[in-house]
Design a protein around this ligand. Structure first.
Ligand code: HEM
Length: 331
């Protein structure tokens, strides 16, 4: 009797121990991300590379001037980087089986903007400025340009470049354009971003293009999509008769990062299902309405971009400072 009783005690102690272990592991992960964020500061390169900001700015400006479409590409690159292992430039690795080769990343563009900035910075300050920070700065500059100078924010620096980049790690991290709203919310929440952050960051779909393949589901369904405006559907059918080709994400102001994306959603003129669903869902619909005014959307977008840029796991001596953003130092 005595021994049976102590056996039960031992097993409850064991399961309590296991739960404590899980809790400690989760808390440790959270603490390390919070600690990493705490180490990011705007003047991180003040003594090691005082010209870093200026060098990146002029290289990015001239790259965007030679190909304006790259700005929306860079903005998307940053999102796809930060959602897999944090903002550590893992998406930039150009090697078989790297994140970049994952199906969710095949349409990414704008890599040349980061390469151009890295090249200039390496000449002045070799091995000092991370690709992760260059991508964060290039994104902020792209946002500024796309918004006609109306959306600006500070970029704290000190991110380090990741040592891991695997296509397999992308699975389940980047939501699909046909995902349910619950899946969309979960993907953002897994990165410490709220549902409101998700609605605000989706405003990035106010610029750039999407491949026609991503909307065939809405155009060819047997039952017409009730959340797709019929006139807009007719236009899209003409622009996207097949999965080949691409179409503007925002039909009204495709080159302006602005609040019109939300007005489109209110008029059932969102392009992707994952856009339009924000107007259908009862929790996100009021957030769509709030952001349909630039004075709300602009500051919200700036704040949410800063927050996304803080999904950082590597700082200080972790990871490395890559010499080329496309490959690990020990390739
Ligand atoms: C909410 C979940 C999201 C889904 C399901 C999604 C999905 C997509 C898809 C399918 C495309 C078209 C890609 C292609 O044609 O290759 C796209 C484009 C784009 N996405 Fe997202 N996205 C999401 C969130 C975001 C976020 C948070 C950002 C940035 C803050 C972003 C920025 C962009 C940009 C700028 C483009 C246009 C890219 C270009 O012109 O090259 N997206 N997105």
């Amino acid at each position: 009797m005595g021994s049976a009783c102590s056996g039960r005690d031992a097993s409850s102690l064991l399961s309590l121990g296991f739960m404590l272990l899980l809790l400690v592991t989760a808390l440790t992960a959270l603490t390390s991300t919070v600690e990493a964020q705490a180490q990011l500061v705007p003047d991180f390169y003040k003594s090691s590379c005082p010209m870093a900001d200026t060098l990146v700015s002029s290289a990015v400006d001239s790259a965007l001037n030679s190909r304006a479409a790259a700005a929306s590409g860079v903005l998307r690159l940053f999102f796809h980087d930060c959602f897999v292992h944090g903002c550590d430039a893992s998406v930039l690795i150009d090697a078989p089986g790297s994140e970049r080769s994952a199906s969710a990343n095949l349409g990414l563009q704008g890599f040349e903007v980061i390469d151009a900035a890295k090249e200039v910075v390496e000449k002045q300050c070799p091995g000092v400025v991370s690709c992760a920070d260059i991508l964060a700065l290039a994104t902020q500059l792209s946002v500024k340009k796309l918004s006609g100078g109306r959306i600006t924010y500070t970029v704290p620096l000190g991110r380090r470049d990741g040592l891991v980049s695997s296509a397999a790690d992308v699975t389940g991290k980047l939501p699909s354009p046909v995902a349910s709203v619950a899946t969309l919310k979960a993907a953002f929440s897994a990165n410490g971003l709220s549902t409101e952050d998700m609605v605000v960051l989706s405003g990035a779909h106010s610029v750039g293009t999407a491949g026609c393949g991503f909307i065939q589901n809405r155009l060819t369904a047997a039952t017409p999509d009730a959340t797709l405006d019929t006139t807009y559907a007719a236009v899209l059918k003409k622009q996207c008769p097949t999965a080949a080709g691409s179409v503007n994400l925002d039909l009204a102001t495709p080159n302006q990062l602005d609040e019109v994306y939300y007005k489109n959603l209110q008029a059932n003129k969102g392009l992707l299902s994952s856009d339009q669903i924000l107007q259908t869902d009862i929790e996100t619909r009021p957030m769509v309405a709030a952001n349909a005014a630039f004075q709300t959307f602009g500051p919200n977008f700036a704040r949410a971009m800063e927050k996304m840029g803080n999904i950082v796991q590597l700082t200080a001596t972790q990871g490395e400072i890559r010499l080329s953003c496309r490959s690990f130092n020990q390739a």
